[in-house]
Design a protein around this ligand. Structure first.
Ligand code: IVH
Length: 690
């Protein structure tokens, strides 16, 4: 059709258009793969753009042809209010890690013992330091992308991940058919060169730079407006098949090959090894090249290649037994301490902080390092003006390792102040820690509480970072957490860095969190000892805030994982009238934590029953026992009439006989797994992962 054609905007014949769109998509996806993944384009950028525009045109004229896997759908849709939390297909476990070659030897010994005759083959990979992600494909089409979150569930960031060019929207099927269902695990990376350029741009435009490429990748993934994600240069490298329906694989190597064929980009320099020496050599060669790479890695990963053998080894609740991360030495640099300052955190602890002459450590500029506490300062004898070695391991706050040089004439040892640098209350000493006891009147603690309240794992209030919290407190706009809910845009607009839009956004973001999930609200309150896991467990068990507030120590200890130390800290927190007043004030602003059905009556002991394990079961017995306890069960050694059931594996002997004689229920491992699941737990089968 030419430009003069009066019918040029009339919808083309549907079937013809469908065929043309399908051809275009195939071509575009092929060229995009060649360009982004394989780095060997076959056509010019202009020719590619022409194909792309033609497809956009067809889809505009015939919107019914639009499919979610169309390459035109990478550009990002409507901004979202927030991300939904969704469960992972299979738990995204962590890796056990070490820095010691001896640990690697022991790992190899354990594997050899488990395998018996067959000597192990390992697959070796770089340990990528980015943001972990799950990619789910149904019938070959990308349907979901989920951040790692807590390993069991994460945030649905599909719209954002779609914008990353190396993520196939549809698996390639030239060499291998797509499975009906598959979930992959990979790492979202920002290359160092892109990271530097991006940070430079942030600084130029007066914004906070990101601390590391990993933070930058994670932050880019969590943009509510996917156009912003699209504008960031990101890449996804996949390294694991989390779940797969259809033909399975015998080895990881086969899985790797399949992932490559399906169009993913994989980490570079994968290798195989059969001996510890080969593993050590691989580690050494990567460590030597580390600074030349354009991406951050923090070690190498050693994985048993044989998937059947992996299943036999199983996993702990934290990591698989068939893999090990062999980490690099943290990066170290030398710089000078310009000054030692003291910061006060949300719990009142005073932390000495070294203000450093800025130095680049592994691609990241460091200008502060925590000195932890007065004991540490004394032990390492660190003083202002000293030249020190600092190190940065992954994402953790940089540390001062040691003094490497100091002038003959040296500053006197640093003394912790006798009063809080912020509120001037005399400090108290609590072991090695120095604490400001003015919990309710110290502005620094309030600032810390505000940041914590809005943190991602808490109420997740976008825009409520450290700088804003400082301003809110210093300008007298917020005296307690509840005041956050009374903020008006006009007030915020008077603060530096706020314009009408950002002021309204923050007020809206706060208002949008008035019905938080109970676990988030509980964590947000900053109860001592209550991290995200305990908060979740308490919320699940009790179901509502009142029940938690009024629970005594005994009731709290009914929740698995809560011992006397925690229960004391929690009851003490809720017994303090000033805490309850602060909470009541928040509730009075209309905040209603969402209630859930309590999983068990708080009064009744959560006893799932006494179990005996016998025979060979697919996972280590200690792990099965641990799982049973985690869902409120008890584990006993001998079978009696009081035993609720016996889990019998292969070659079960006298205990099984006894159970049968006494009429005690006997469960197979599968039945046991179902029972655990009914109680809200999970049992790794070891086989479903691959
Ligand atoms: S395998 C359960 N391979 O490191 C084993 N993980 O602490 C599945 N990571 O959050 C992970 N590079 O996201 C594996 N080549 C690699 C990796 C890798 C980076 C991440 C992973 C996890 C963390 C483990």
């Amino acid at each position: 059709m030419n430009a003069e054609d009066p019918r040029r905007d009339a919808p083309p014949d549907l079937e013809k258009a469908r065929a043309e769109a399908a051809d275009l998509r195939r071509e575009i996806l092929r060229h995009a793969h060649l360009y982004y993944v394989e780095d060997r384009p076959e056509i010019s950028d202009d020719a590619y753009d022409a194909l792309f525009r033609r497809l956009q045109e067809l889809e505009r004229l015939r919107p019914e042809l639009l499919t979610p896997d169309s390459p035109t759908q990478r550009v990002g849709g409507e901004p979202q209010e927030r991300f939904e939390t969704v469960p992972h297909t299979a738990p995204m476990l962590s890796l056990d890690s070490t820095q010691e070659p001896d640990e690697v030897r022991r790992f190899d010994d354990r594997i050899r013992k488990a395998l018996g005759e067959e000597p192990p083959t390992y697959i070796l990979e770089p340990k990528l330091d980015g943001a972990s992600i799950e990619l789910v494909y149904e019938a070959g089409v990308l349907v979901r992308a989920v951040t790692r979150g807590n390993g069991r569930e994460g945030e649905d960031v599909t719209g954002n991940v779609r914008t990353i060019p190396t993520v196939p929207l549809r698996l390639r099927t030239e060499e291998r058919p797509a499975p009906p269902f598959a979930a992959f695990r990979g790492e979202v990376m920002m290359y160092l060169s892109d990271f530097e350029a991006f940070n430079a741009r942030l600084v130029e435009t007066g914004q906070e730079p990101y601390a590391s490429p990993r933070n930058s990748a994670a932050g880019s993934l969590r943009q509510l407006d996917s156009h912003i994600t699209a504008s960031r240069k990101l890449d996804v490298l996949v390294y694991d098949i989390l779940a797969l329906d259809g033909d399975g694989f015998a080895t990881d190597t086969q899985g790797v090959e399949a992932m490559r064929q399906w169009g993913f980009r994989l980490p570079d320099r994968l290798a195989m090894a059969t001996t510890v020496d080969e593993i050590l050599a691989y580690h050494e060669s990567f460590q030597a090249d580390r600074d030349e790479l354009d991406y951050e890695i923090d070690g190498v990963v050693i994985k048993l290649d044989d998937l059947g053998a992996r299943a036999g080894m199983g996993m702990t609740s934290h990591h698989p037994r068939w893999a090990l991360a062999y980490k690099f030495e943290p990066r170290k640099e030398i710089t000078r301490i310009e000054k030692i300052a003291v910061s006060v955190g949300r719990t009142g602890v005073l932390t000495p902080v070294a203000l450093l002459r800025p130095v680049v450590v592994g691609g990241v500029t460091i200008s502060r390092a925590s000195l932890h506490n007065r004991e540490e300062l004394r032990r390492k004898d660190i003083r202002e003006g000293d030249t020190v070695r600092i190190q940065r391991a992954g994402d953790v706050i940089p540390q001062v390792v040691e003094v490497v040089h100091h002038d003959a004439k040296r500053e006197p040892p640093f003394e912790m102040p006798s009063e809080c640098p912020t509120c001037h209350t005399p400090v108290v000493e609590d072991g090695p820690r120095t604490v400001c006891p003015n919990r309710f009147g110290c502005p620094a603690q309030l600032k810390g509480r505000i940041v914590h309240f809005g943190a991602r794992e808490a109420l997740d209030i976008e825009g409520l970072g450290e700088e804003t919290a400082n301003l809110l407190v210093d300008r007298g706009l917020v005296h307690e957490l509840a005041d956050l809910f009374d903020l008006r845009p006009e007030q915020l607009m008077e603060l530096e860095g706020f314009a009408e839009k950002s002021a309204t956004n923050l007020v809206d973001a706060i208002a949008a969190r008035k019905q938080p999930e109970l676990r988030r609200f509980l964590f947000a309150l900053g109860v001592p000892e209550v991290g995200t896991t305990v908060a979740r467990d308490l919320a699940t068990y009790f179901g509502n805030l009142e029940a938690i507030r009024s629970a005594d120590a005994a009731a709290l200890e009914m929740v698995s994982g809560i011992g006397p130390k925690m229960s004391d800290a929690i009851t003490a927190f809720f017994a303090d009238a000033r805490n309850t007043a602060a909470i009541d004030a928040v509730l009075a602003r209309g905040v209603e934590p969402r209630e859930t059905e309590p999983v068990s009556e708080p009064q009744a002991p959560a006893d799932a029953g006494a179990a005996v394990f016998t025979g060979t079961i697919p996972i280590p017995r200690s792990q099965a026992e641990e799982i049973w306890r985690s869902v409120g069960g008890r584990v006993v050694g001998a079978v009696s009439k009081k035993t609720n059931f016996v889990v019998a594996g292969e070659n079960a002997g006298s205990k099984l006989e006894k159970a049968e004689k006494l009429g005690v229920t006997v469960l197979s491992f599968e039945e046991f797994a179902r029972k655990v699941e009914a109680l809200g737990g999970t049992v790794p089968s070891g086989t479903e992962d691959e």
